[in-house]
Ligand binder design. Structure first.
Ligand code: C2O
Length: 343
């Protein structure tokens, strides 16, 4: 079987869905290969915890988002088009077709629920971050992460809760807007009782740290990443995706609670910055775990517009090492408390 590429998706976009500018309506002749571009040089961009940003850093993030929201609809870098990329790649908007005789027929494609999850979202927010940096003239701009795995980060980062800020989204569950602590076990599978920790904040924090330990203490790449999308069977979904990631979507709710609308909430990108950080930690600091090694996964590729509106083809093999290949890293000042929470 061949890897999935955005050509395959492009030619069969489903039904009356119109491809958003920014994902797949590029002109093939102008596409550059990411692997032909020079490797990043100089100090890496640093992604910092969203709850620890200085006032100036919040202002810069707000200015970048504001400018992105003001870009016209025919600019693939506009916030609307960036959010539409996510919508395009979920809920089966595209079909994957049989590409060789004997392969089963079309199936719906989704960047979720398989091993495409981590690399696709890494690519997506990498380009998003580059566009934000370009819009404020800062090539070192790093996309802040929502540090929900640490007690001090277990609520919506304050910068995202100011109704006058471009980081705000009115479509969230109001009860979790200010000061409420997230429940990281809130996945549909666990169906945890929302009142379980009502008057027990320490119990909730402890439960969250244990949930982090469980999702991260996974050795086999397939258990962490999930399996490859298949036309015939549902692949297993990885712990990176089913754990805190999904809980954060559900907990923020409304826009975030729905794949189709999730990326319309600016906190989506900081949620995924932390999901990406978890992958980065797992493949480095937590024991240099090996990612999947099959060519089908490694050669899977997509086209995104970069900060200069240039379509760039990027493959999973291009994004395995955040710092060397993509030029960014994560600030880690505190120790990871959840690493000790084996239960
Ligand atoms: Cu594409 Cu967190 O979802």
């Amino acid at each position: 079987p061949m890897p999935i590429t955005s050509e395959v998706l492009k030619c069969v976009s489903a039904g009356d869905f119109v491809c958003p500018a920014g994902s797949t309506d590029y002109d093939d002749a102008t596409v550059v290969n990411f692997s032909d571009l020079p490797a990043p040089t100089g100090p890496p961009r640093v992604r910092r915890p969203a709850h620890l940003l200085s006032a100036q850093e919040v202002e810069k993030l707000e200015l970048a988002l504001q400018r992105m929201k003001e870009l016209p609809d025919d600019d693939p870098r506009s916030f609307k088009n960036q959010a539409a990329i996510h919508e395009a790649y979920c809920d089966g908007k595209y079909n994957v077709v049989a590409r060789s005789p004997g392969e089963p027929d079309a199936t719906k494609f989704d960047v979720h629920f398989s091993s495409i999850f981590a690399p696709w979202h890494r690519m997506y927010i990498y380009f998003f971050e580059g566009i934000l940096g370009e819009l404020v003239g800062d090539p070192a701009f790093g996309l802040p992460y929502w540090n929900w795995d640490a007690p001090a980060g277990m609520m919506l980062p304050a910068a995202f809760t100011n109704p006058d800020s471009p980081l705000y989204d009115a479509n969230r569950k109001p009860e979790n807007e200010r000061g409420a602590f997230i429940d990281l076990s809130l996945s549909p599978k666990v169906k945890s009782d929302p009142n379980k920790f009502k008057d027990d904040l320490l119990g909730l924090i402890d439960s969250n740290l244990c949930a982090m330990y469980r999702q991260m203490n996974v050795k086999e790449p397939v258990d962490f990443h999930g399996g490859y999308p298949s036309r015939t069977t549902k692949p297993p979904v990885g712990s990176l995706e089913t754990g805190a990631h999904t809980a954060a979507h559900i907990w923020v709710g409304e826009h975030m609670g729905n794949l189709k609308t999730a990326a319309r909430d600016p906190v989506f990108y900081s949620n995924h910055s932390n999901v990406d950080r978890m992958w980065h930690l797992w493949s480095t600091k937590l024991g240099n775990h090996e990612d999947l090694t099959n060519d089908q996964w490694l050669n899977t590729n997509f086209v995104f517009y970069d900060e200069t509106k240039r379509p760039v083809r990027i493959a999973v093999r291009d994004v395995l090492d955040a710092e060397k290949q993509l030029g960014y890293t994560y600030e880690e000042k505190k120790s990871l408390e959840w690493m000790e929470r084996r239960i």
